[in-house]
Ligand binder design. Structure first.
Ligand SMILES: [Zn+2]
Length: 350
């Protein structure tokens, strides 16, 4: 049962923005800004209280509207309360689905947009009337050719690690851009096909690159992230990709794009920075992150995760990234025992 304000009793000549029903039924009045993009300013009680769709429902409906030259995109929002405001988005093609992690809430899956312009009034509406109920993580899917996605998977670590390392070292900046930093549901591990990676190429049949890190803070902040995600995916889709040199070229282009869009400097200087490298042997997930707790390197093994700690003493960010990538590649594909027995760090430990 919805615990929102009571519905108003049917006034004459209003229709539901979702089902179009016009007649003897209770309606909720929506905020004035709903009129900018919804067919009406009301949603009927049936549409607010009806069961939502299955979690696995996909929304592949395309918005017929403007097209810019960037890849298509869609958004997933987890919302903790089934308010008339959030459910009214069904009137513009969003699909409410259940989500086991939020029993009283709803996961809203947007249709496929071909321009940011078409999504902007909705982002404003979310920012003004829904954002307080949005659970931390949101996901942005950006369209890409399926075969290209498979090619990219082989180079995924090389492509993303330089930016990921920058984001890790500059944690406060990362939080101000994305609304949070890496966590279990938006992991920095990007080896193989980890579906929880912050930048994920494991989207099965969806043919999208998934950006799992953004928290919705404001329409302006979120629009910028969408812009970055689409332009980064365009680079991923179109640049040559035959070998590691090509992958590094893509990585550099993505870093340049990031500093341009978010107006930050990706410095070539790196402080003497200790890094942790973690390896989960089963799914070969590798992650690298800075820490200040340990000296030199050592190996720890807890909860199925082997962590190798080491200090990075490289004069430049680029050099550190290149070395970290070599290291990750060195680990990739090795089984757990081999890592423990034969680990031979390509880094100086002092
Ligand atoms: Zn209705």
């Amino acid at each position: 049962m919805n615990n929102y304000k009571s519905p108003i009793v049917n006034p004459s000549a209003i229709a539901c923005c979702v089902c179009g029903f016009e007649g003897d039924r209770a309606y909720f009045r929506l905020p004035d800004s709903a009129r900018e993009f919804l067919p009406t300013q009301y949603i009927c009680q049936n549409c607010v209280e009806k069961p939502v769709q299955n979690y696995f429902t996909r929304n592949s409906e395309r918005v017929v509207g403007n097209t810019d030259k960037l890849p298509t995109f869609g958004i997933e929002l987890e919302v903790v309360r089934r308010s008339p405001e959030v459910l009214s988005l069904e009137g513009v093609g969003w699909i409410p689905t259940e989500d086991p992690s939020i029993p009283n809430g709803v996961e809203m899956k947007s249709p496929v947009y071909s321009s940011l312009q078409d999504a902007e009034p909705i982002l404003e509406y979310i920012s003004e009337h829904i954002v307080g109920d949005v659970q931390s993580g949101t996901h942005i899917h950006v369209g890409i050719d399926r075969r290209r996605l498979f090619d990219l998977a082989d180079y995924w670590v090389k492509i993303w690690s330089p930016l990921v390392l920058h984001m890790l070292i500059n944690r406060k900046e990362t939080e101000s851009i994305w609304g949070r930093t890496f966590n279990w549901f938006a992991q920095l591990g990007c080896i193989g096909r980890n579906r929880y990676a912050a930048f994920s190429c494991n989207t099965h049949t969806q043919c999208t690159v998934e950006y799992r890190l953004p928290v919705f803070r404001s329409a302006e902040q979120y629009s910028r992230i969408i812009d970055f995600a689409r332009k980064a995916t365009q680079i991923l889709a179109n640049e040559p990709l035959k070998d590691c040199a090509d992958a590094r070229n893509i990585a550099e282009k993505i870093c340049a794009l990031y500093s341009e869009i978010f107006e930050i400097i990706i410095s070539d200087r790196i402080p003497n920075q200790e890094m942790l490298v973690g390896v989960t042997p089963r799914n070969r997930q590798v992650f690298v992150y800075p820490s200040a707790d340990h000296e030199k390197w050592d190996i720890a093994h807890t909860d199925g995760i082997t962590t190798i700690r080491f200090r990075v003493f490289y004069p430049s960010f680029h050099e550190a990234c290149v070395r970290a990538l070599d290291f990750v590649e060195h680990l990739e594909g090795k089984i757990h025992e081999e890592i423990l027995a034969r680990i031979n760090l390509p880094f100086s430990s002092k």
